[in-house]
Ligand binder design. Structure first.
Ligand code: GRF
Length: 201
């Protein structure tokens, strides 16, 4: 018998949470292969309200409440692990995760980044692309590894840079292609593999 229980997904965020909101809309669709079981932030992120309104549990694990980064990382891994996720999604999470998170969730933790990696990694992907004068930028979904936006690229979509773009206008257009792309990747990673011919049901 193949289970049809939606895969458990935990989302980490730091900001306004429009990406989380897009994931929550997808999780609410009939036959979604995944469910968001928690939204966890490193600060009092306004985006957590999207989860609260959807009745999804939230938690905040603040760096400043811990003696050092290692203790914070361990607490984050334990809090995330408490929700037993099949997949962890970093959706505008503005801190690097550490060894405890990688040990617990490596290979099943993804991040979305508002630039075409390996160009413009780091916290200011949109600003850096604009400052460089590129004519095309975009968004990338990657696996999380120990580096800064260096993990395996799972999906990318491109966006044209307009002459009068500001960081805000460009980031807004990037988000419009970034969010459906991330939803597609999460759906793909959480979809049950169809049984191979001859498999017992
Ligand atoms: C996204 O573009 C993400 O790639 C970047 O920050 C944005 C998050 O936006 N790191 P929001 O908080 O989900 O609205």
């Amino acid at each position: 018998m193949h289970s049809t229980t939606p895969a458990r997904v935990v989302v980490l965020l730091s900001g306004g949470g429009s990406t989380l909101a897009a994931l929550l809309r997808a999780h609410a669709e009939p036959d979604s292969p995944f469910q968001i079981v928690a939204a966890i932030a490193d600060v009092d992120a306004p985006g957590l309200d999207h989860a609260r309104r959807a009745g999804v549990p939230t938690a905040v694990v603040r760096l400043r409440d811990h003696p050092d980064r290692a203790a914070w990382d361990a607490q984050l891994a334990s809090t995330v692990g408490g929700f037993d996720p099949a997949l962890v999604v970093l959706a505008g999470f503005m801190r690097l995760v550490g060894p405890a998170m990688l040990e617990a969730f490596g290979g099943r933790m993804i991040n979305t980044h508002p630039a075409l990696l390996p160009s413009f990694p780091g916290a200011h992907g949109v600003r850096d692309a604009l400052a460089h004068g590129v004519k095309v930028t975009g968004a990338s979904v990657i696996e999380v590894d120990a580096g800064v936006d260096t993990g395996r690229i799972l999906a990318q979509r491109a966006v044209e840079v307009l002459d009068d773009d500001t960081e805000a206008s460009l980031h807004e257009r990037i988000k419009q292609i970034e969010q459906p792309m991330l939803v597609d990747v999460v759906r793909h990673l959480t979809s049950p593999t169809p049984p191979a011919e001859g498999d017992p049901l």
